[in-house]
Write a protein that binds this ligand. Structure first.
Ligand code: SF4
Length: 146
């Protein structure tokens, strides 16, 4: 099972924000630079995360992005399901559909395996991802050296 790059960079944004205190905000550009992701790709993922209620934009002179409280408690499996959509692990239809597509035991088994993969990620919350040793590294990203 391989995640799309889009899902991975959205998770990078979530992790970067998870180490911030409640009042400390970041801009999309700061997150993109810290996580080594093109700005336009990060902006698209952040817009999706806002739509999912995981991230919120706070306005004001020092405005920026923060995780919402429910976002911080979100289970990673639930988040990955939402980001990946209904993508299957194999492409059975399309321009050259597989003749077994309507009645394939392998397809069913792969769906079961995919669900087990997501379920195992449901044991981890977004907040858990920011614990040590990842947290200190996340905090150091995008900072000028002392
Ligand atoms: S063999 Fe089954 S899983 Fe593989 S492409 Fe065909 S329908 Fe899909």
């Amino acid at each position: 099972m391989r995640l799309t790059r889009y899902t991975d960079l959205a998770l990078r944004a979530v992790m970067r924000l998870a180490v911030m205190g409640g009042e400390d905000l970041l801009t999309t550009r700061q997150i993109a630079e810290a996580m080594n992701v093109p700005y336009t790709h990060m902006a698209k993922a952040i817009s999706h995360l806002q739509h999912l209620g995981v991230i919120e934009a706070r306005r004001g002179r020092n405005g920026g992005l923060a995780l919402t409280d429910p976002g911080r408690r979100t289970r990673v499996g639930e988040l990955v399901r939402a980001l990946e959509g209904d993508r299957e692990t194999v492409v059975c239809e399309g321009d050259h559909p597989c003749p077994l597509a309507g009645a394939c035991r392998l397809r069913y088994a792969l769906r079961q395996a995919q669900e087990a993969f997501y379920a195992s990620l449901d044991h981890v919350t977004v907040d858990d991802l920011a614990a040590s040793p990842t947290g200190p590294v996340l905090l150091s990203l995008g900072r000028a050296p002392d």
